[in-house]
Design a protein around this ligand. Structure first.
Ligand code: MG
Length: 108
């Protein structure tokens, strides 16, 4: 049941849970996240060249990008960027404090 979109999101969610169980909460600078993400993209290319598990590697790459976004939300990084109704302005002042985001950094 479900749509391809729902399957994809569910696979990414499962991979995030797996990553968190394996590595714990990951907090990195953006350049480190970018390096991790590019390594994962490289694994997609390698899987394509070697008839490996392209879908699995693609899911892992997407999950790393999600983890990077999670970390950026928690750090308030890129908070000036308009994203969606779920951007940092939707985070209460109380939760901003819990997430270490200064209220002044939240978009107005
Ligand atoms: Mg991989």
């Amino acid at each position: 049941m479900g749509t391809p979109f729902e399957w994809a999101i569910e696979e990414i969610r499962r991979e995030r849970v797996r990553q968190e169980a394996k590595w714990g909460r990951q907090l990195h600078e953006n350049r480190t996240w970018l390096t991790i993400a590019l390594e994962e993209f490289g694994e997609i290319a390698k899987a394509m060249l070697e008839r490996g598990e392209v879908r699995k590697e693609t899911i892992q790459t997407a999950a790393v990008l999600v983890a990077w976004l999670e970390d950026s939300f928690e750090r308030g990084e890129f908070a000036h960027e308009e994203t969606s109704e779920f951007n940092d302005s939707a985070i209460s002042v109380e939760n901003q404090a819990k997430l270490r985001i200064k209220p002044t950094e939240a978009p107005t």
